[in-house]
Design a protein around this ligand. Structure first.
Ligand code: KIV
Length: 295
């Protein structure tokens, strides 16, 4: 069966698990580092797979032990970790340092690092120089960059140089100043452009493509059209994989979070309660207790 046919067929079980579950990308037995080939194979078997962002070694190690097979050191670190308002100010140095930390914190996950705004738009050669730095210095297994047709040459040069590339189309937050934060691909012309963008990144050699804030029906059509995996965020249930920003997923992000996100824990509450309990005990003189004290 061709990869295209396998990609387009229904999962081998209702839960999307492969017939040999020991090989599964999530929940399988392999302990070695996940590769882009494992990802292609999982998608060909009809498995859906999860991706999460991570920005530090400790959190990454928790997700790695939980079996998350792909970790993205996203430039969402700008607003979710570094205190910027958007992803736009994030620098190559920041991505390089935090990517290296995530690689050190993981044993199994494929770590994908974002190329930040300004690190690849100038030319394919600029993209290659910066992607090479992340591969050599930070030890990541792949890079991600935004843009469809407009990034075709960048993706092609990186892939030709042996660097796996995850593409990112739909809402591309690095263009927030031009685009705003709104659902992309609505209307016939925009939908056709999305399909052209998706095919362009596949033709350039990307091993997967993130679809952000795209109507579910269009994301499903892109997924049927491509043979590389689609990774949805705000793109409905029919993409091959899903990604969430981890601080949204665990309830750390303060204020309003996008409607497409789901909160699986309330770490903001838990951390706040722990800080207050500690402060109360310091003020009340009950911490440190004898068991925390040396003589
Ligand atoms: O930076 C990021 O976290 C991302 C995801 C939203 C896909 O690009």
């Amino acid at each position: 069966m061709s990869l295209q046919a396998a990609h387009n067929q229904s999962p081998t079980s209702p839960a999307g698990a492969p017939s040999d579950s020991s090989k599964a990308l999530y929940g399988g037995k392999s302990n070695r580092r996940v590769t882009v080939h494992d990802i292609a194979a999982a998608t060909a078997r009809g498995e859906k797979w999860p991706m999460l962002t991570a920005y530090d070694a400790m959190t990454a190690s928790v997700f790695d032990e939980a079996g998350i097979p792909v970790m993205l050191v996203g430039d969402s670190m700008g607003n979710c970790h570094l205190g910027y308002e958007t992803t736009v100010p994030v620098t190559m140095d920041e991505i390089a340092i935090l990517s290296a930390a995530v690689v050190r914190g993981t044993k199994r996950a494929l770590v994908v690092a974002d190329l930040p705004f300004g690190a690849y738009q100038e030319s394919p050669v600029q993209a290659l120089r910066n992607a090479t730095r992340l591969i050599k210095e930070s030890g990541v297994g792949a890079v991600k960059l935004e843009g469809g047709e407009r990034s075709h040459e960048q993706i092609k040069l990186l892939v030709d140089a042996g660097i796996p590339v995850m593409a990112h189309i739909g809402l591309t937050p690095q263009s927030v100043n031009a685009m705003g934060y709104r659902v992309q691909g609505r209307g016939e012309e925009a939908a056709q452009q999305m399909l052209r963008d998706a095919k362009a990144v596949q033709d350039a050699g990307a091993f997967a493509v993130v679809l952000e804030l795209v109507p579910a029906e269009l994301a499903a059509e892109v997924t049927r059209t491509l043979h590389i995996p689609t990774v949805g965020i705000g793109a409905g249930p029919d993409t091959d994989a899903q990604v969430l920003v981890y601080t949204d997923m665990v309830g750390l992000t303060g204020g309003k979070v996008p409607r497409f996100t789901k909160q699986y824990a309330d770490l903001r509450q838990i951390l706040g309660d722990a800080a207050k309990a500690y402060a109360d005990e310091v003020v009340g003189g009950t911490f440190p207790a004898p068991e925390h004290t040396f003589h």
